[in-house]
Design a protein around this ligand. Sequence first.
Ligand code: FES
Length: 100
Amino acid sequence: MGFDVKGRDLVTYIPLVTSVGLAAYVVWQALGPKIGLVNPNIEKNVERVVNTMDIEDIGESISFCRCWRSKKFPLCDGSHNTHNKKTGDNVGPMCLKRNK
Ligand code: FES
């Protein structure tokens, strides 16, 4: 038992292997760059999204978005709940609070 392909038989597989490889390449070109994106749509016109905030402006507490779905990014607006329900993910905000 085993896989024994030689000579002329091997040539018959070339179109199949080429077709599968080409199809995989086309699918990867179409979907590959989109799969695994953390940021789906925030400030896509810049090279990298960077936000700054003065510590004095934070107040007693603040929640920063880590799911990249907030309409108030970089602040959390609760959109992670919808994202988690839709995808089965478990992301949530980074919450900072001042010690009293
Ligand atoms: S909306 Fe993104 S973590 Fe809450």
